[in-house]
Design a protein around this ligand. Structure first.
Ligand SMILES: [Zn+2]
Length: 425
């Protein structure tokens, strides 16, 4: 009941009913639907690019890295195993021979549990049978429902030989699997990318002549339209510098930012990945390094009318990035990426962001590579976000401020996607 006695939003909550406030926050956070703005998932028409099932969960590169620490199996022996053999080895090393306390191992178990499987049985064969019997369309519905998702944003790579033909055959898009155009080869490997563009009918010489720049813009425009991409994106090394005497700096100024502005799509930068720190463990072999927040600031200042989405991989960059966020309304902070996707770090970063930037951020994305990972990533993150948010409201209540349920719903809806949709609008 409201103060005036009419039915409607519950509350108000304040200093006199803090426990009820915390319960209300937990309930709202648990039920609010989410837009997952960065994943590596794919709609079913992309076939084998959509990874799902227990063997994919267990052979996620996070788990591979941990298993190859625990095991003394030679790397080559591991990579020569088929997926099931790799999963058997990881299961034994990380789940049977020692307790699976790491976040990525716990995540496998949360996903299985939420999907209704008996985690206590430790029966890998039973889990495999469950996924083998599943109807994919119904399973996707179930996973979206379990995670509380309305839509996910894919990572769409026009340079990928498996993916590109699906778009060229005229894939029309899917309301639940939205597109984002990933352009890493264009920015980070221009020498090898120019001939590929030429092969696809874009007259782009390697010297980046004015004509080549126009052709890169045409390529990007064509693919934004073809994929209906919500944003363009790149993953960058810690050495990313802007402005700089590099091809990517020229490509940003002359191609990417102009096209982003023309189509009103943000440019998303994920900064801080050190590729191939240990090539022997392949996709699991990337590391982290501190990036330069100054590069982000200079881009935002140079192009106040362009929109930039940024997440950084190094914990040490987070505070400086929050302060940059205070300076630039065209800078949108999102997610706790990869090595930061751990409960202690998500809590620390989310708390810092709310304290420095209020409710103007998007605290989390899943980065899921395997369908069922959205179940665990969102289950774990919802718990942490609810805790941080409840603490912040409790602090407000300490001043005498009150809040009702409808206001909590409004705030959580912003954090779980509303801020993103507003930013890209
Ligand atoms: Zn990613």
């Amino acid at each position: 009941m409201k103060k005036d006695g009419t039915a409607g939003s519950k509350g108000p909550y304040g200093r006199d009913n803090i426990e009820a406030l915390r319960e209300a926050v937990a309930a709202v956070v648990a039920r609010t639907p989410i837009t997952d703005i960065h994943t590596h998932l794919f709609a079913p028409p992309f076939g084998g690019l959509l990874l799902y099932g227990v063997d994919e969960l267990i052979t996620y590169h996070y788990c591979i890295a941990e298993a190859l620490r625990a095991s003394d199996v030679p790397y080559d022996t591991f990579w020569n195993m088929d997926k099931r053999g790799q999963a058997d080895l990881i299961w034994k090393e990380l789940f049977i021979d020692r307790s699976p306390v790491s976040e990525s191992c716990r995540g496998v178990l949360t996903a299985l549990d939420k999907l209704g499987l008996d985690v206590a049985s430790r029966d890998l064969a039973a889990y495999r049978a469950y996924f083998a019997d599943a109807d994919l369309a119904a399973h996707i519905d179930n996973v979206f429902a379990c995670a509380g998702l309305t839509s996910v944003v894919m990572t769409n790579d026009p340079f990928d030989e498996t993916e590109r033909p699906v778009w060229e055959r005229g894939f029309e898009g899917d309301e639940r699997f939205r597109a984002a155009l990933r352009i890493d080869p264009l920015l980070l490997d221009w020498k090898n990318t120019a001939p590929r563009l030429q092969g696809w009918g874009y007259d782009a010489d390697a010297m980046l002549s004015p004509n080549a720049r126009a052709e890169v813009r045409r390529f990007l425009s064509d693919w934004i339209k073809k994929t209906k991409s919500l944003y363009m994106a790149v993953s960058l090394p810690p050495t990313f510098a802007y402005p700089s005497d590099t091809e990517y700096s020229t490509l940003l100024d002359e191609c990417v930012v102009p096209v982003a502005q023309e189509h009103n799509v943000p440019f998303a930068m994920m900064i801080g990945v050190k590729r191939n720190v240990n090539p022997g463990i392949r996709l699991a072999g990337d590391g982290v390094g501190q990036g330069d927040v100054g590069a982000v600031e200079r881009l935002c200042a140079a192009y106040p009318d362009a929109k930039f989405m940024v997440t950084m991989l190094s914990r040490e960059n987070q505070h400086e990035l929050c302060v940059a966020g205070r300076k630039f309304r065209n800078l949108f902070l999102f997610g706790c990426w990869w090595f930061l996707n751990d409960p202690s770090l998500i809590e620390e970063i989310t708390r810092m962001r709310l304290e420095l930037l209020g409710l103007s951020v998007l605290p989390q994305h899943s980065d899921a590579r395997v369908l069922e990972q959205v179940v665990y990533k969102w289950s774990h993150s919802r718990t942490i976000i609810a805790k941080v948010l409840a603490d912040k409201y409790a602090d407000l209540a300490g001043t005498g401020w009150t809040i009702d349920e409808a206001e909590i719903e409004r705030d959580v809806a912003r954090l779980f996607g509303g801020n993103f949709w507003n930013f890209i609008a």
